[in-house]
Design a protein around this ligand. Structure first.
Ligand code: PMP
Length: 374
């Protein structure tokens, strides 16, 4: 007997997750694309008061449909569609869960499954194949070009050939930082609507708020494509990774379908209260996004000035390389107290954008490491 009697395809697998290193060993933590700026005391007070109020109701189950939160998230998203396209996102188009990871897992539970395919283009977010595996969905992976953009004709052809029920496309992409070309969303949505039973195109905008000017959000295209799903998270730009709140905007029929697979009361009253409080402080929490964008652009320029190859980034992280032995470079940075991420194609490393002080420490450590390169 095999103990425990784990599913065969899970045997011997390691759980997903970046290496966690103590703050003593790595005071400069630039490995998980977190926002380096924590909530202000005023915001923390509001969160605490909201949790205090929710605490008196904890004998009851929370609002299963998280109606108030969906309305607040819809109002927030409408800031991306009303000024440019003149339409608002309706609360019935919004669905939230514990991080956008859970949102996407629910999408695969509802729209993937045995006999169905999910498709993405590598290099991309390494959790996607895990959602597929966990929901017994067949995983198909196309390739990105050498500069990490998508060859749209080839991507369209692959969608038509494989006929996936879910296409997962981050924009900006992780780990490369590459935003999708604006025309990509429409082309892929049309392709995925052209076969039976059709596919959803999920544009994962976890890092959407960091995109450079001139790159529109896929939210703008929701009225044109009913198979389009846009996912977002409060973990990055909102500086709320610890609260675990992700969400999507899509046709209300898609939200309704997810309600069939979600666990009852999946969003705790505490999570809902924290997210609502944070949304009331949106201007403050998002206030650092411009600073982080500027710091990102400075980081790209300074890495290029060192003679390194650097991917263009619309996110709050930068992929750089190429190192003959990236693990050695990663370790030498760690020896100098700087933790980055060993991810992406062979030879590349990824650094999250931190405070100016953290980026100076990263810069100095990298200079030392490069000076010792053979
Ligand atoms: N999508 C992408 C592309 C990500 O990089 C991440 C987190 N690293 C997520 C989704 C999930 O984030 P969360 O569950 O915190 O919302």
């Amino acid at each position: 007997m095999v103990f425990p009697p784990l599913r065969e395809e899970l045997q011997g697998l390691e759980p997903y997750g970046a290496p966690q290193v103590s703050l003593e060993r790595a005071p400069v933590q630039l490995n998980t694309n977190e926002n380096p700026y924590g909530p202000s005391p005023a915001c923390a007070d509001d969160v605490a008061a909201s949790v205090r109020a929710a605490a008196t109701t904890l004998n009851r189950y929370p609002d299963r449909e998280h109606v108030e939160l969906r309305a607040a998230l819809a109002a927030y998203l409408s800031r991306d569609t009303e000024p440019t396209r003149g339409f608002a996102i309706d609360p019935a188009q919004v669905w939230a869960a514990n991080g956008s990871n859970e949102v996407m897992l629910q999408l695969l539970q509802a729209f993937g499954g045995p006999g169905r395919r999910a498709l993405s283009f590598a290099p991309t977010y390494s959790m996607y194949p895990e959602y597929a595996r966990d929901t017994a969905t067949e995983w198909v992976q196309g390739r990105r070009e050498d500069d990490f953009t998508l060859d749209l004709d080839a991507a369209r052809a692959l969608v038509l050939e494989q006929q996936p029920t879910v296409v997962l496309l981050p924009s900006p992409n992780n780990p490369t930082g590459t935003a999708l070309a604006p025309e990509a969303v429409g082309v892929l949505c049309e392709a995925a609507a052209s076969y039976e039973p059709g596919g959803l195109v999920v544009i994962d905008e976890a890092y959407g708020e960091f995109r450079r000017a001139g790159t529109p959000s896929a939210l703008e295209l929701l009225p044109e494509h009913r198979n389009l799903v846009v996912t977002r998270t409060m973990s990055k730009a909102f500086a709320l990774a610890g609260a675990r709140l992700g969400y999507l905007a899509a046709d209300p029929a898609i939200c309704d379908a997810i309600r069939v697979v979600r666990l009852p009361y999946h969003l705790s009253a505490v999570t809902q209260a924290v997210a609502l409080a944070a949304l009331r402080h949106a201007p403050e929490l998002l206030g650092k996004v411009d600073d982080l964008r500027a710091e990102r652009d400075r980081t790209v320029a300074s890495l290029r000035a060192k003679g390194l190859t650097v991917a263009d980034s619309d996110a709050n992280f930068v992929l750089f390389g190429r190192f003959a032995d990236r693990h050695a470079t990663w370790e030498q940075l760690l020896e100098r107290g700087v933790l980055v991420r060993e991810t992406g194609p062979e030879g590349w490393l990824r650094v999250s954008v931190g405070t100016p002080e953290e980026m100076m420490a990263f810069d100095a450590a990298l200079d030392e490491v490069l000076a010792h390169e053979p």
